[in-house]
Design a protein around this ligand. Structure first.
Ligand SMILES: O=C(CO)COP(=O)(O)O
Length: 258
């Protein structure tokens, strides 16, 4: 949504699908359906991105070639190469043809003990390889209950967003941890409050660039609530988990911009 009172152009919205640890070779058919439903009209209004598991990145990047559906990875290592068994560098992600990478997802912060410093290094790695970083932040249920949401977000932004962030190389995804995969979402007023706060922090630090940075909302977004959530000021799209696995649902969310 346009930033009220701002003379600067609003960022073009983005709907990004995070497939997490889901998807086999056959899932490329789902990507095909997303591409088929992404007509010229929709392309002008919203960017679509799919972040499949690493095993499908190359296939998806090839399938999506020329379709304008963007392909992203779900993580990258901070180093370009080396003795890091099982890890994938940002350079390797870029080599598949992918253009985006999610960094700092709360599942990685929890499952792999990633800190803001780790996420900071991964965002810099993404830029080193020419990728756009989709950087995730968000409070836990206890932090929300304790009333510390805004200070948690401040700490995450300060610690994980490197200098050199621009509207072109950084997308912020605000994902309250308690809203992920639960069917719960914050109230519209709560989403508006956090997004306005993030915008204010980005503008304070990066000036006009901060006005153009996309701030996605993530957590239990589905076709039935997308229209309402995506209308909120400073919500420039969504990072979608479960509902991105089926083309019909993913396109149903993007249709909020049609
Ligand atoms: O974690 C998410 C996207 O990164 C959100 O997941 P759900 O849409 O399944 O709640």
């Amino acid at each position: 949504m346009p930033i009220s009172g701002s003379a600067l152009p609003s960022p073009k919205p983005m709907i990004a699908g995070n497939w997490k640890m889901n998807g086999l070779k056959a899932s490329a058919a789902e990507l095909g359906q997303i591409m088929a439903g992404y007509g010229a009209d929709l392309r002008g209004k919203v960017d679509l991105a799919i972040c499949p598991p690493a095993t499908q990145l190359t296939t998806f990047a090839v399938v999506a070639l020329g379709s304008r559906v963007l392909i992203g990875a779900q993580d990258c290592h901070a180093k370009a190469s080396g003795a890091h068994t099982g890890d994938i560098s940002a350079e390797m992600v870029a080599d598949t043809g992918a253009t985006h990478v999610i960094v700092g997802h709360s599942e990685r912060r929890t499952d792999h003990a990633e800190t803001d410093a780790t996420v900071h290094a991964k965002a810099e790695a993404a830029w080193r390889a020419g990728l756009v970083a989709i950087l995730c932040i968000g409070e836990t249920e206890a932090e929300r209950r304790g009333g510390t949401t805004l200070s948690v977000v401040d700490t995450q932004l300060a610690g994980s967003v490197p200098e050199g962030a621009t509207a072109a190389n950084l997308v912020i995804a605000y994902e309250p941890v308690w809203a992920i995969g639960t069917g719960l979402t914050p109230s519209n007023a709560d989403i508006a409050e956090v997004h306005a706060h993030i915008r204010q922090r980005l503008v304070k630090r990066f000036g006009a660039e901060g006005e153009g940075m996309r701030i996605l909302y993530g957590g239990s977004v589905k076709p039935s609530n997308a229209g309402e959530i995506l209308k909120i000021a400073d919500v420039d799209g969504a990072l979608v988990g479960g509902a991105s696995l089926k083309a019909v649902d993913f396109l149903g969310i993007a249709a909020a911009y049609a």
